[in-house]
Design a protein around this ligand. Structure first.
Ligand SMILES: Cc1cc2nc3c(=O)[nH]c(=O)nc-3n(C[C@H](O)[C@H](O)[C@H](O)COP(=O)(O)OP(=O)(O)OC[C@H]3O[C@@H](n4cnc5c(N)ncnc54)[C@H](O)[C@@H]3O)c2cc1C
Length: 374
């Protein structure tokens, strides 16, 4: 069986690996997989621009099992994929003002379903863990202790390494321009020549609907939403490196330590065409104002800034598996704000759906397949 995977971000490399290799890393045999990436380097777009956090209590309910089923891979990756740990402990501290009581209750209720270690703590305990929090009255704090930093480059490279070891081929500077169904398979036209395949896997991120249209497949209505991030120096230098990620209960700002800096974001969601996203000064200014009003960080200068596109389906869950009208066209899009933390589980689920293998029993395919939009 010949498989072409379109896109070399985290969705594409993880799917390519899952099609080429068994969960333990052994080559599947009888499957030949080629990954095509339009850019000269892999992970150039959203994957290279994330906040690199794993939060079980996050994202649409239908996709949360994909994070849970990814955990064994993160904790114990198959032999030979990586030499360094993929996760480093970093708690998540959610802050709610008096007006955000409902959001805090929701965070707690949903959190306890995902992980019973999620708990409410008082202001003194919150400031002991995150000394940058401004002293305030009436605020509530929810701690998710088992959240973690993800080594995104390490994870991406682990999939690339496993994919190559299983016999996979990677073609960069190779953009899919069109795909035509020809009998039982596809002729894929790329900027570097045609490729014949039985299965085309669409892992093109913000370009997911563009690729579907180029293959004559009905798009799902993906919306790329721009999100801004920037780095500021920590007044506490390396002393703050182990503090939690701090986020407000209604997702209007967050920050997390990164060495002797903080990564900050206004948690913005501005609709965008698929493109190489750039940060807007106004979004950075909004984040600075919000963060300065809740913390003692007193941000005055920004060291660097960037933006990436988090791409969502209409119900904000992922779209995985074969298209009902074109079974050789397999969706792996709509990763939104959870594409890194769900990658091992989502890729395995996607390949299993396409190859007719059983799914992990915690996964309900109804909230993931494209059928729900047709
Ligand atoms: C600021 C920010 C913070 C985030 N924080 C987190 C976080 O903490 N945790 C988390 O899990 N997620 C986070 N995310 C989301 C995560 O980064 C994305 O869900 C994930 O990177 C999406 O990966 P992808 O492979 O689908 O997309 P991409 O990385 O964009 O990859 C798609 C690839 O497809 C290629 N492509 C497109 N069209 C074609 C074509 N026709 N032919 C060939 N190639 C093509 C593109 O060039 C691109 O390389 C964050 C995102 C942002 C922006």
């Amino acid at each position: 069986m010949r498989v072409v995977v379109v896109g070399g971000g985290i969705a594409g490399v993880s799917a390519a690996w899952a099609f080429a290799a068994e969960p333990d890393g052994r080559p599947r045999g009888g499957v030949s997989v080629t990954l095509v990436e339009a850019e000269a380097t892999l992970a150039h777009h959203t994957t290279g621009r994330s906040a690199a956090q794993l939060i079980e209590n996050y994202g649409a309910q239908a996709l949360r099992p994909l994070t849970t089923t990814s955990l064994p891979f993160f904790h114990e990756p198959p032999e030979g994929l990586t030499d360094a740990p993929l996760l480093t402990e970093r708690a998540l501290l959610t802050v709610g003002t008096v007006e955000q009581d409902e959001a805090i209750e929701r965070t707690l209720a949903e959190g306890r379903l995902a992980n019973p270690t999620i708990t409410e703590i008082d202001g003194d305990e919150a400031r002991r863990r995150a000394p940058l929090l401004a002293p305030t009255d009436g605020h509530r704090y929810v701690l998710e202790p088992e959240s973690a930093d993800i080594d995104v480059a390490g994870l991406h490279q682990a999939f690339v390494r496993g994919f190559r070891a299983a016999g996979g081929t990677i073609a960069t500077v190779t953009r899919l321009d069109a795909a035509r169904a020809n009998g039982s398979g596809w002729r894929v036209e790329t900027t570097t020549g045609p490729i014949d395949a039985d299965i085309v896997v669409n892992a093109a991120g913000a370009w997911g609907d563009v690729v579907a249209t180029a293959a004559g497949v009905e798009p799902v209505g993906l919306t790329p939403l721009r999100r801004t991030a920037f780095m500021v120096r920590s007044p506490w230098d390396h002393e703050s490196a182990g503090w939690p990620l701090v986020a407000d209960a209604e997702h209007t700002w967050y920050l997390k330590p990164d060495g002797a800096q903080f990564l900050c974001s206004p948690a913005d969601e501005t609709p965008s065409a698929p493109m190489d996203a750039k940060p807007e000064e106004l979004d950075v200014a909004i984040a600075i104002e919000r963060i300065n009003s809740h913390t003692t960080l007193d941000i005055r200068t920004v060291a660097s800034s960037w933006a990436g596109l988090r791409t969502f389906s209409p119900d904000r869950s992922m779209v995985l598996g074969p298209d009902p009208d074109h079974p050789g066209f397999v969706w792996c899009v709509g990763q939104g704000g959870t594409g890194i933390q769900t990658a091992p589980g989502a890729a395995r689920c996607c390949a299993s759906m396409a190859l007719g293998e059983p799914l992990d029993e915690r996964i309900d395919p109804g909230g993931l397949t494209v059928d729900r939009f047709r």
